[in-house]
Write a protein that binds this ligand. Structure first.
Ligand code: GDP
Ligand code: MG
Length: 443
């Protein structure tokens, strides 16, 4: 999704102004990208319409290019479509007389039990609350033990039920126990059910009626895709779903469902599960997702500009430094310096990278063109081995290099320091996934 959208927005960003016709083709690309990401058609249609209405005929502030303005509009719409959230503090409702009861429901295998464990730890840590968990799943073998184990990992209390024959009764007793023992929060796990199973739906409804939950959270595996909408609607006819927990977003789901849920059902995704570990849960953050989808655009345009100015073989080498496995060495550094030298005003380029916060300030301010030439000649005076393994450059080598290049040992030191900074930068760029994009753009 990210790739497609950033690519299509890129098309518009360098054009003179937003006209209806040049938006048209970009919107078509966004439309395709969203559909491919499994966003429901009616959501896509609405999204495109909203973006269109918002952008056409808009007068732009001079400090932004039309492309940038357009991105801002798309971002706003993306956030709105996913459901803009007030503050994370308010996402989980606990404003009730304790214990606040959380009921987790959903189909089998969605990740409910795992999520009860995760949520217990999350609330304990995040909210500093005393949490009790209970399983009412007397149907699936070992489901109760599964939760007991998770509760141990989360270091929260587990309600030991003795009468394993009646789910409603277990829930009732757990609530009584939570009250008398002053728990702040009681999280209830339930049996996984097909939403077409009316009998089981009634059971969940009875549990809900007995314990009066402040949050009824429907747990949905991100991989179910558009079927999530049916699930939400069905469950909601039996019990008032207060929010969605989307699990397994670490899997290979296309992610479009995150954009469809709120528009299609009015329900908000509150939390997401992003792994199998007990701490793999976090708030759903539309703003961050939108930024991730769109933040790449500026990088793309900068890379495009660099590509226009330098030759293909070098860009390949630079790309390699971003996605190969070996460590960034002075060879890579030299290639980059040489290319930078051609491009000119580096500060300007660094400044325009959206995540330029990750570039250390001293790198920004000290890489100027004069310095570049100096660094280049210093590296030119090094041996192959020194360039491959800069760590070996110690006192005597430094003196030799200084002599050879006509600079001082201090200069060698400052060059090496810059190199280390850039190396760190490359590392963090790698981590932030720009590699994929660089690969992508010149294929
Ligand atoms: P339940 O039937 O709804 O209670 O589902 P479980 O909690 O038993 O989970 C089913 C499977 O999904 C287990 O193997 C979990 O480890 C796995 N699972 C749950 N949440 C996540 C998640 O966020 N990411 C990944 N990768 N796996 C998850
Ligand atoms: Mg379960």
């Amino acid at each position: 999704l990210t790739k497609r959208i950033s690519k299509s927005i890129f098309n518009i960003s360098n054009k003179g102004k937003i006209t209806e016709s040049n938006i048209q083709s970009t919107l078509r690309n966004i439309r395709t990208a969203l559909l491919e990401a499994d966003v429901a058609l009616k959501v896509v249609k609405k999204f495109i319409l909203d973006v269109k209405n918002d952008s056409i005929g808009k007068t732009f502030n001079n400090s932004f290019t039309p492309g940038q303005e357009f991105i801002k509009i798309v971002k706003k719409q993306l956030i709105y479509t996913m459901g803009s959230i007030k503050k994370n503090d308010h996402i989980l409702n606990m404003s009730t007389e304790p214990p606040a009861v959380f009921l987790l429901v959903g189909a089998q295998g969605m990740g409910k039990t795992t999520t009860v464990g995760k949520l217990a730890l999350f609330i304990k840590k995040e909210k500093k609350k005393k949490v009790l968990v209970v399983s009412t799943d007397i149907y699936r073998p070992a489901a109760i033990e599964q939760l007991e184990m998770l509760s141990k990992q989360a270091l929260v209390d587990f309600f030991p039920c003795h009468k394993k024959t009646d789910s409603v009764l277990i829930a009732k007793e757990a609530l009584k126990y939570a009250k008398t023992n002053f728990y702040d929060v009681l999280i209830i796990d339930t049996v996984g059910i097909m939403y077409s199973n009316i009998h089981m739906m009634n059971l969940i409804q009875s549990i809900s009626n007995k314990v009066n939950p402040i949050e009824i959270l429907l747990v949905i595996d991100a991989m179910v895709g558009q079927d999530a909408i049916n699930m939400i609607e069905h469950f909601n006819t039996y019990i008032p779903i207060s929010g969605i927990i989307l699990t397994k977003i670490d899997g290979d789901a296309r992610g479009g469902i995150a954009l469809s849920i709120k528009y299609s059902t009015g329900k908000i995704i509150k939390l997401v599960g992003n792994g199998e570990k007990i701490y793999d849960i976090k708030y759903f953050e539309p703003k961050k997702i939108a930024e991730r989808i769109l933040g790449m655009e500026n990088v793309l345009s900068v890379i495009q500009e660099i590509e226009n100015k330098i030759d293909r073989s070098s860009i390949k080498k630079i790309k390699n430094t971003f996605y190969n496995k070996t460590e960034f060495n002075l060879y890579d550094f030299l290639i980059q310096l040489k290319q930078m030298n051609k491009i000119g005003s580096i500060e300007n380029i660094l400044e325009r990278l959206p995540n330029n916060k990750i570039i250390p300030n001293d790198v920004k301010s000290r890489i100027n063109d004069k310095l570049l030439k100096k660094f280049i000649s210093i590296i030119n005076s090094m041996t192959k081995k020194e360039r491959m393994f800069p760590n070996i450059i110690k006192g005597s080598r430094k003196r030799r290099i200084a002599l050879g290049s006509g600079f001082k040992v201090q200069d060698i030191n400052s060059m090496l320091k810059q190199f280390e900074n850039i190396k760190r930068l490359v590392k963090s760029v790698k981590k932030n996934g720009i590699s994929n994009m660089i690969k992508n753009i010149s294929n």
